[in-house]
Design a protein around this ligand. Structure first.
Ligand SMILES: [Zn+2]
Length: 460
């Protein structure tokens, strides 16, 4: 072999290996996967439209080659696909396909990554067709299906309850949405009309959480708070996320835009990921209640737009967009959620909670557009919707994500401004209870009714 050929050999071998892959990609017309989480929906629907979870733009279309490492969400971790081994033969082909197409996805991009065969699903574990395939074997039928491994208990797993204690033995974690306090401005979760202290969502969800604790305990539940003050759980701060912000911003952005981006990475991404670690690794509850107050676009927080209508809906995990499905960590999370069968429990608990809450509060349902790019109706229940939010995706157990009231609405703003109080007060000419107690009482009653009707009574 000539010395020249010898030196060129590695290059030739590499070319020979790469060429078929490049031709295959060109023929399949596979677009390069996005480098990072791209237009994810705002974390809560109907709330002020906010920039996506990650503001990074999609990867350039060409001529850059597809990245070798799988595409991940910002601060997302490389999934361990072997963890899905535990779900072999736990689900039938029919259930898998129905959950995947009717609840967990909105588009057809999953077909690029998941192939449903007669006896198994073949799942691409990376971003390119060359990535390893995970084989998920289906159960032949319901009766021979292996039990689904869970580190939380379904309603049907709970033992009979003593009379008057329908939540006996149930471990509930309450996640008061947002941070509040001095962080409310950074989070853009505050508004003020006229004088007095502003309305801050993170403070109000914490107030409702603290009202909920004794109410749920009185019914027999063990209750944990994911946060108990208006401070972040994550040790990260916007300042420590500036480098990451600069890395994810393409093309390079102005210092002010980078600061905003670092703030969003702090309160949205890092904070919720830190809460997920507390929920999954420390608390390990049977159910998480994510508390929020909804809002409509209000413009200037110091001179907010008021809307007429208030409403209610509950969000269950699902409705992953095509872009989300193409991110390796989110595709893994989708399958992990689907296979843990959290959806069935969320829909079961959520239906009664929504019915009771609607009845007690008188709130009409919030309805997404039929062609919504990131929401799907659940079981035709007017108050139940599937959406892929960071919190309901990352928490391992079932999550009831509450979106009642509209902070900048004429019926609700005066009630929020009035604060918490005993008994009734006249608001807009009507005697009303504190909106925070109404929230806590309606949610408690909804949970009580669900577990009271679904659990049998313990013999005396
Ligand atoms: Zn919220």
């Amino acid at each position: 072999m000539s010395p020249l050929l010898k030196r060129a050999l590695p290059l030739l071998v590499a070319l020979a290996l790469l060429l078929p892959a490049m031709i295959y990609l060109a023929m399949k017309n596979v677009p390069p996967p996005p480098l990072a989480e791209t237009p994810a929906p705002a974390p809560t629907p109907g709330e002020i439209p906010q920039p996506p979870e990650s503001p990074a733009p999609p990867a350039p279309q060409s001529p850059s080659p597809p990245p070798v490492t799988p595409a991940l969400s910002v601060l997302g971790e490389m999934p361990d696909w072997a963890r899905l081994e535990a779900f072999q033969e736990t689900i039938t082909r029919g259930d898998f396909e129905r959950l995947l197409t009717e609840i967990f996805t909105v588009g057809g991009a999953w077909r690029r990554f998941i192939e449903i065969g007669e006896n198994e699903a073949r799942i691409l574990t990376g971003s390119t067709p060359e990535a390893e395939i995970f084989h998920l074997r289906f159960a032949p039928d319901e009766t021979s299906a292996a039990p689904t491994p869970r580190n939380w208990r379904r309603t049907s797993d709970l033992p009979p309850a003593p009379e008057g204690q329908p939540l006996d033995g149930l471990h509930i974690a309450i996640d008061p949405g947002h941070i509040g306090g001095e962080w409310a401005k950074i989070e853009e979760r505050w508004l003020l009309i006229g004088d007095g202290p502003p309305v801050r969502e993170g403070d109000m969800t914490l107030l409702v959480a603290k009202l909920l604790v004794p109410r749920l305990q009185a019914l027999g539940a063990r209750v944990s708070l994911v946060r108990d003050k208006t401070e972040p759980i994550t040790p990260l701060r916007p300042g420590s996320l500036l480098d990451l912000a600069a890395d994810t911003a393409e093309p390079p952005d102005s210092p002010a835009a980078l600061q905003k981006l670092a703030e969003r990475l702090f309160y949205r991404t890092a904070e919720i990921r830190a809460r997920a670690r507390v929920v999954n690794e420390t608390l390990k509850p049977d159910l998480v209640l994510c508390l929020h107050f909804n809002a409509d676009a209000w413009g200037d927080p110091a001179n907010p737009i008021l809307v007429e209508r208030s409403h209610l809906h509950l969000l269950l995990n699902g409705a992953y967009t095509d872009e989300e499905v193409s991110l390796t960590d989110q595709r893994f999370a989708l399958l992990d959620k689907l296979l843990r069968r959290t959806h069935e429990e969320e829909a079961l608990v959520g239906a009664t909670v929504a019915d009771v809450f609607a009845q007690r509060s008188g709130l009409p349902p919030f309805i997404y557009q039929p062609d919504s790019p990131n929401a799907r109706p659940v079981n035709n229940h007017p108050y139940l919707w599937a959406r892929n939010l960071l919190a309901n995706r990352l928490y391992d157990c079932p999550v009831i994500f509450m979106e009642p009231y509209v902070m900048n609405s004429t019926p609700d703003y005066p009630r929020l401004k009035a604060g918490d109080y005993d008994g009734l007060r006249e608001i807009n000419g009507v005697m009303r209870p504190s909106i925070f107690r109404e929230y806590a009482d309606a949610l408690t009653e909804g949970l009580a009714r669900h577990y009271a009707t679904q659990r049998s009574l313990r013999e005396r």
